[in-house]
Design a protein around this ligand. Structure first.
Ligand SMILES: Cc1cc2nc3c(=O)[nH]c(=O)nc-3n(C[C@H](O)[C@H](O)[C@H](O)COP(=O)(O)OP(=O)(O)OC[C@H]3O[C@@H](n4cnc5c(N)ncnc54)[C@H](O)[C@@H]3O)c2cc1C
Length: 395
């Protein structure tokens, strides 16, 4: 008989795991707290490991990418208001694929439930959450609540996969409270899609205004409006969640009287939706306990500064499927192999995220100046490399 797995969460990690498990002969069922699928979202750069995982999951052909031609231009704004060529997110080694989070989820949805699914469509239950998880040894009994009908029912699974994000309820129920696993980064973010590009910039331009403790980024795409990220450092995380978000952000960014910052803040007031949240990293000593496993942001959220969460969500799901395929009769061995394969790379990127945070939002004036100097040198070195390559091609 086919083994059944419950995935909690219809994000990148949950759908990747569902496809990975189905490829290994399991029957996945996904429950999602929201009443329907979410679309759009903020800009994401997919690294080569994530793109390879998309190939392994059979969804690469459905993935719509939006890299501007020739990588687009990135502008850095100096304190005196001048524009100078800058280094953007897409200039990172590995040539990230520029997508919206919704593009990755749409491709996964196609592979999970759409015509492009390489197997039976996966059953998805919206407005449904687990409220009790009991690993009996033989199976996992899960009490599920359906918010649509108000009903509760118990169901048995061979495996439960918690892919329910940074504040995972599966992790809380099976591994312990958030405080044991969430590390606070004393930083906030607000991300959303702009209705239109900042006036006087080209559609595909990216713009960086990085000052000590606060920064505004605009990410240009080939065929949709730019997305933006406001980020700032604060030690009063609780205080950021009281009152109006817009007022809060206006007050934090007051004094940065620049047309780019003004445009972004004005757009925020019109935005149909935006993400406003504190920044954390999730560190767990073990990602599985018996027949319950967590993955994606629930298990290892490296946070947005790492630029690796979506990549690792795809990879984690694909690799979980592979580990179960290679160890079909021993769940413990499969989960141990899966974790030891992924952990070193994830840990490395969790560490690097601290440095990348300084690139996103410097912690002080001296770091701001140092950052600008380093990026100018990197950009000059890149220009030299490109010029040499062009000369080589022309010869
Ligand atoms: C601004 C920003 C920029 C980013 N940029 C990048 C980037 O450039 N590159 C990159 O690789 N990553 C990036 N990331 C990170 C990446 O987006 C995340 O790591 C990734 O989307 C996490 O996917 P997930 O499936 O683990 O979790 P989530 O996306 O959080 O999905 C969890 C799902 O579970 C559902 N859920 C929650 N609780 C329950 C429950 N109790 N029951 C049922 N369902 C539940 C939620 O509704 C949601 O659908 C960025 C993140 C942000 C915020």
């Amino acid at each position: 008989m086919q083994k059944r797995a419950l995935m909690v969460g219809l994000g990148i990690a949950g759908m990747s795991a569902a496809i990975g498990l189905r490829q290994s002969g399991w029957t996945p069922v996904i429950v999602e707290r929201a009443p329907g699928r979410r679309l759009g979202g903020y800009g994401v750069g997919l690294m080569p490991e994530g793109r390879q995982a998309a190939v392994d999951l059979g969804i690469a052909d459905h993935l719509h990418t939006r890299n501007p031609p020739d990588g687009g231009k990135t502008w850095s704004l100096t304190r005196s208001g001048d524009r100078e060529p800058g280094m953007g997110f897409l200039h990172q080694p590995g040539d990230p694929a520029a997508v919206l989070r919704g593009d990755v989820e749409a491709a996964l949805w196609e592979g999970t439930c759409g015509d492009g699914a390489g197997g039976d469509p996966v059953e998805v239950r919206f407005a449904t959450t687990p409220v009790e998880i009991d690993d009996t040894g033989g199976d996992v009994q899960v009490l599920l609540t359906d918010a649509g009908t108000g009903s509760q029912y118990r169901e048995g699974f061979d495996l439960v996969v918690g892919a329910d994000g940074m504040r995972s309820s599966v992790r809380r129920m099976v591994f312990g409270p958030d405080e044991d696993y969430l590390t606070n980064w004393d930083a906030m973010i607000c991300a959303f899609q702009l209705k239109e590009q900042v006036p006087s910039y080209a559609e595909t331009d990216s713009i960086v205004v990085a000052r000590a403790k606060r920064a505004v980024w605009v990410f240009g795409f080939d065929d949709c409006a730019p997305t933006t990220l406001l980020t700032y450092r604060t030690q009063d995380i609780q205080g950021q969640f009281t009152g109006s978000r817009v007022e809060q952000l206006r007050s934090v960014f007051s004094g940065m009287d620049d047309p780019v910052v003004r445009h972004v803040l004005d757009s925020l007031e019109q935005a149909p939706e935006f993400l406003f949240d504190s920044v954390h990293q999730v560190r767990m000593p073990r990602w599985s306990n018996g027949r319950v496993v967590v993955l994606g942001d629930a298990a290892w959220c490296p946070n947005l500064f790492s630029g690796m969460g979506a990549t690792f969500g795809l990879l984690g799901g694909a690799e979980l499927g592979r580990a179960l395929r290679e160890n079909p009769d021993d769940l413990d061995v499969a989960l141990t192999a899966w974790e030891s394969g992924l952990r070193p790379s994830i840990r490395k990127h969790q560490r690097i995220a601290r440095v990348k945070q300084q690139m996103f939002v410097p912690s002080s004036r001296p770091v701001e100046a140092l950052r600008a100097t380093i990026l100018r040198r990197l950009l000059a070195a890149r220009e030299r490399r490109l010029a040499t390559a062009r000369a080589g091609a022309a010869a």
